[in-house]
Design a protein around this ligand. Structure first.
Ligand SMILES: [Zn+2]
Ligand SMILES: [Zn+2]
Length: 138
């Protein structure tokens, strides 16, 4: 069993990896932050991520990680769509951006088909010259 040295994701210090992704100090700090965020949400079940951060001083990164881990079962926490910033409560994109994404994929498919048809449609000339002149008879 060897010891794995890593840089802490939060403070950058080298530490012995324990599978936490960060050093002991930062991990304990984040646990406290998570507790704060969790109790804030218990009191304010319909908060947005920004309200939680402003209300508790907890980093947005920590709150987002808790949302993705399903830590806030009590309420619908709103957080911004990754594409347009509209407030959503599940997934990564709002309905509109999901639709746009689907449309874009469809359009790209159609464009590819159109390109393939265009490339094979080039015409070939056949240069047949009428070389059937009258044969001289002796
Ligand atoms: Zn650290
Ligand atoms: Zn969106």
């Amino acid at each position: 069993m060897g010891l794995q040295l890593q840089n802490c994701l939060a403070c950058g210090r080298v530490y012995v990896d324990t599978g936490l992704g960060m050093c002991r100090d930062c991990y304990e700090k984040e646990l406290q932050q998570e507790d704060k965020a969790a109790s804030y949400v218990r009191d304010n079940p319909r908060s947005t991520v920004k309200q939680i951060c402003d209300g508790t001083g907890v980093k947005e990164r920590v709150v987002m990680r808790m949302i993705k881990a399903g830590r806030f079962v009590s309420g619908n926490i709103a957080y911004p769509c990754e594409s347009c910033g509209a407030m959503i409560t599940r997934g990564r994109l709002c309905d509109k951006c999901n639709q746009d994404l689907l449309k874009q994929v469809e359009e790209q498919k159609l464009r590819k088909v159109a390109q393939n048809v265009g490339a094979s449609g080039r015409g070939m000339y056949s240069k047949d010259m009428g070389l059937s002149g009258p044969t001289d008879k002796l």
